[in-house]
Ligand binder design. Structure first.
Ligand SMILES: [Zn+2]
Length: 120
């Protein structure tokens, strides 16, 4: 794929966003205690590429470990369609590629790098 505007969100439709992203270009799968359980396929973008269109009030924030990442999820359907937090290069949004409407996850996951979050 190439960089373009993609729409995504949770399962019930309460949380919706749009994001400028090239799905699969820098995708990671992580084995940390959170991603290992939820199976998210993540790709990071800067906040200017991300617009939350609806569902702000439907998000529950969950934090653990060093509390640098906000693992938000829809309080209705439980889907974790994105996360946000401060990385080494500043504020970042982690898009769960599995939650983009038009992305074939099998093609994107095929190129996902493994990230050893468990050891961090
Ligand atoms: Zn939902």
């Amino acid at each position: 794929m190439s960089t373009g505007t993609h729409h995504g969100g949770c399962h019930c439709g309460a949380v919706r966003y749009r994001v400028e992203i090239d799905p699969g270009a820098n995708a990671i799968v992580c084995n940390c205690s959170m991603c290992g359980r939820t199976g998210a396929v993540l790709q990071f973008v800067t906040p200017d590429k991300f617009t939350l269109e609806s569902g702000k009030d439907n998000l529950t924030d969950y934090q653990f470990n060093k509390h640098v990442i906000h693992h938000v999820f829809c309080k209705t359907c439980g889907i974790r369609s994105f996360a946000h937090g401060k990385g080494q290069t500043g504020e970042m949004i982690a898009i769960n590629l599995r939650c983009l409407d038009d992305v074939d996850i099998f093609k994107s996951v095929g190129e996902a790098k493994q990230f050893d979050g468990k050891s961090r």
